[in-house]
Design a protein around this ligand. Structure first.
Ligand code: GLU
Length: 501
């Protein structure tokens, strides 16, 4: 095998891509880029019963959106194509035959009923049935009938599967980059099905053949595939191929309690477990994109699920991740998913965005509400509110008072409206009316000078002033609001509050 790093993401298109799958894709991407290698996407669709239309396009779109698109895949640099296993179908039979011929695999003709009976028999004796060396010679396999008989039955169209003949009495000492040394006792493995008489390989055979033909140097995948590692290594050995190196990524765990993160956790706690919305007849499963997450934020929080660079740094651009990524720094233990922390990441990326860009994203929301706001004004508003926001979708709620006068006044806040307030507010109007340089700092200086000169306490003015403009005790710096809404609107809102409170 060449020293060139070639890694793959090999999802089965059985539905929307779970965020755990996205993390696997990301770690492969980072590892490839870090090592000047190639990241490719292979679609493992040999199981036609589980095939879901649209899933493949969804996977590709998700990787594009995140900025971690593969270097090679369907329709892109097809150097080792096809990249869809269903289109490679004709290629696998030969490899299954090779294993038969080398004595590493055998035909099994057992019907479902016969297998059920065999299972029951074992269970009656208090044992669990495993299709392996303990049983394979008692079952209906080519190991116990002649070659001629086997050929005759296959020619007659009998259904069969080809199973791997797992070697006995061996301890496999394997190495995983993340887990270190791992041992497997071959006697405990079952003889997995590799190929079926309908001409389709199973995942195991197709995966190994393709990783070999596509010159995969490292297999980086989720921990749920660790139990398949001994079979895969034995298959490489049976073919006399050099095995790639393996790295099994830790599970992503629920935010609370134990166990793997599931879609149900997301539904219950109100966060997506998919990168993009996934629509079916039963409804929509929400995605990070449509929830208003920035792809950079999603990439950042996923990178930290099971990996860190050894420092306290949490914010990483994709480029920094590529530079710092190291499989040796991936943890063995499960990584807890923290939806609140994910929002924090989005906030961090939001405040880093240019105000004008955020204004552009906010604009359609305003248009929908019936406001056509001038670009420079909107940019200014965004600059005043973004420090407190996690998402652009929160902007309206945080800034509606810039566009409309309050329709009502927050009850608690109105308690600050005292008997003497109307008269003070009238005086404030006269002060505001006289201001010519209507900029935040200047308005503030003039209003505060007036208060000092007349010995009026801050609280007596500032809170009622804010209530008049905003309707509640919230929002950015008061004089910034005054500047943006302008003199006329400020006065009109104070007058309205005087008459209504
Ligand atoms: N098709 C498998 C999956 O859906 C690939 C596992 C592997 O990476 O070997 O995850």
């Amino acid at each position: 095998m060449s020293q060139q790093v070639r890694v793959r993401f090999a999802p089965s298109p059985t539905g929307p891509l779970h965020i755990g799958g996205v993390r696997t894709a990301l770690f492969n991407y980072l590892f490839a880029k870090k090592n000047n290698g190639t990241f490719f996407l292979r679609i493992e669709d040999t199981d036609q019963n589980r095939f879901v239309p649209g899933a493949e396009a969804y996977i590709m779109e998700a990787l594009e959106w995140l900025g971690i698109a593969p270097d090679e895949t369907i329709g892109k640099n097809e150097k080792f194509g096809p990249y869809r296993q269903s289109e490679r179908k004709d290629l696998y039979q030969k490899y299954a035959d090779d294993l038969i011929n080398s004595g590493n695999a055998y035909y099994a003709f057992d019907t479902p009923d016969a297998l059920d009976a065999a299972r029951k028999l074992e269970e009656e004796q208090g044992k669990t049935f495993i299709y392996n060396h303990t049983n394979r010679e008692k079952l209906d396999t080519s190991l116990v009938i002649s070659t001629e008989e086997t050929a005759k039955r296959i020619a007659a169209g009998e259904h069969y599967v080809i199973r791997f003949k797992t070697p006995v009495n061996e301890t496999l000492h394997l190495h995983d980059i993340i887990r270190g040394d791992v041992k497997f006792d071959t006697n405990l493995l079952d003889d997995k099905v590799l190929f079926k008489s309908d001409g389709m390989p199973t995942y195991h055979l197709a995966n190994i053949v393709d990783d070999h033909l596509m010159e995969t140097s490292h297999v980086i995948r989720g921990e749920e595939w660790l139990p398949s590692m001994p079979l895969h290594v034995l298959l490489y050995r049976a073919f006399d191929w050099e095995a790639p190196k393996f790295a099994h990524l830790p599970l992503i765990m629920k935010p609370v309690g134990n166990g793997k993160l599931s879609k149900r956790d997301g539904d219950k706690m109100g966060f997506p477990v998919f990168p993009l919305d996934w629509k079916t007849d039963e409804g929509t499963s929400s995605g990070y994109r449509e929830k208003g997450f920035f792809p950079e934020a999603v990439v950042n929080f996923l990178a930290l699920l099971g990996w860190n660079d050894g420092t306290e740094q949490e914010l990483f651009s994709l480029e920094e991740l590529v530079n710092n990524f190291d499989l040796n720094r991936v943890n063995k233990s499960g990584a807890k998913f923290d939806p609140e922390k994910n929002k924090w990441f989005n906030h961090q990326y939001l405040i880093k965005q240019e105000d004008a860009k955020l204004a552009k994203a906010f604009s359609p929301i305003l248009v929908e509400k019936g406001f056509n706001v001038e670009e420079s004004k909107l940019t200014k508003i965004v600059s005043l509110i973004k420090e407190r926001a996690h998402f652009v979708s929160e902007f309206w709620e945080m800034s509606d008072f810039f566009f409309v006068a309050p329709a009502s006044y927050d009850e608690k806040a109105s308690k600050n409206w005292k008997a003497e307030t109307p008269a003070l507010m009238q005086e404030l109007i006269s002060v505001v009316e006289e201001i010519t340089d209507f900029t935040s700092a200047n308005i503030e200086t003039i209003v505060k000078d007036w208060m000092t000169k007349n010995e009026i306490g801050m609280g007596k003015i500032m809170q009622p002033f804010r209530i008049s403009l905003v309707g509640a005790l919230k929002g950015p710096h008061l004089f910034d609001i005054v500047e943006v809404i302008g003199k006329e609107e400020t006065i009109s809102r104070i007058n309205k509050a005087i008459s209504r409170l």
